[in-house]
Design a protein around this ligand. Structure first.
Ligand SMILES: C[S@@+](CC[C@H](N)C(=O)[O-])C[C@H]1O[C@@H](n2cnc3c(N)ncnc32)[C@H](O)[C@@H]1O
Length: 238
């Protein structure tokens, strides 16, 4: 993807999460009960978050972790409770404002966490965020085409010393072909599409880069609950 294409894509995603989907996303990730499709998506996402955090040590004291595309911050909060210093970044300034507010409320209700979280609005690839022990990115790369997800992962891996955990949207060949033919998303409602990929292929393509020769594929875990299907992938540095 050229830099111009990347900026166009991140602009579409930012617009979508900052405006169109903001309230729905707040509800989905909030504490109030939801029903129907939303309830299955919430359950699937809860399961996925638990799977991701279970791949990291219980005590994350001393770990600097990037939550790339943090949304409303739910994963960041869990990592912080385990002692990590979390850098949480999202394109949507509104989402980040909401996440900051929730962090504040959490501190009041649960007391000071072992770790810390700082929220930033902007691009997760901004080099000013520095380097990390681990990068987590839940349900973010699902918005990028396979080749673009691979490039994003390369960039993040160069700044990461231990492990990267991310989710991808697994899709059948038929689904991918239909999406490529533009038959699934109604016109005018295409951004941000979810791009189904072959998760193992994304990881193997990522690991082809000579600069990533010290990295290897780790665990993978698929979560499928109602309308939510997502696959967690782990890559680790030896
Ligand atoms: C489906 S939401 C998931 C949010 C969060 N990770 C979670 O699981 O609750 C995807 C988020 O990724 C963010 N995002 C996508 N591309 C990004 C980028 N290049 N830099 C920062 N955030 C990004 C979007 O703004 C959106 O908030």
């Amino acid at each position: 993807m050229s830099q111009t294409d990347y900026l166009r894509r991140t602009g579409e995603i930012e617009h979508y999460f900052d405006r169109t989907a903001l309230d729905a996303w707040k509800r989905l990730t909030g504490d109030q009960p939801v029903s129907g499709i939303r309830a299955t998506v919430r359950k699937g996402r809860d399961d996925m978050r638990q799977a991701l955090v279970s791949w990291l040590p219980a005590d994350l004291t001393g770990w600097r972790i990037l939550d790339a595309g943090c949304g409303s911050g739910v994963l960041s909060f869990e990592l912080m409770q385990r002692g990590a210093e979390v850098v949480a970044v999202d394109l949507s300034a509104q989402m980040v404002a909401h996440a900051r507010q929730r962090a504040h409320e959490l501190e009041h209700s649960h007391g000071r966490a072992k770790g810390s979280v700082t929220f930033h609005s902007g691009d997760m690839l901004d080099p000013r965020h520095g380097s990390f022990d681990a990068v987590v990115s839940m349900d973010v790369l699902i918005h990028y085409r396979s080749a673009d997800a691979v490039r994003v992962l390369h960039t993040l891996a160069e700044r990461c010393s231990r492990s990267m955990l991310f989710t991808l949207a697994p899709g059948s060949r038929l689904l991918r072909a239909m999406l490529a033919a533009g038959q699934i998303f109604p016109r005018g409602n295409r951004a941000p599409a979810i791009y189904p990929v072959e998760p193992d292929r994304v990881v193997s393509d990522m690991l082809l880069a000579p600069a990533l020769s010290s990295w290897a594929a780790g665990r993978s875990h698929k979560v499928s609950v109602g309308f939510y299907t997502s696959q967690a992938m782990e890559v680790i540095r030896s």
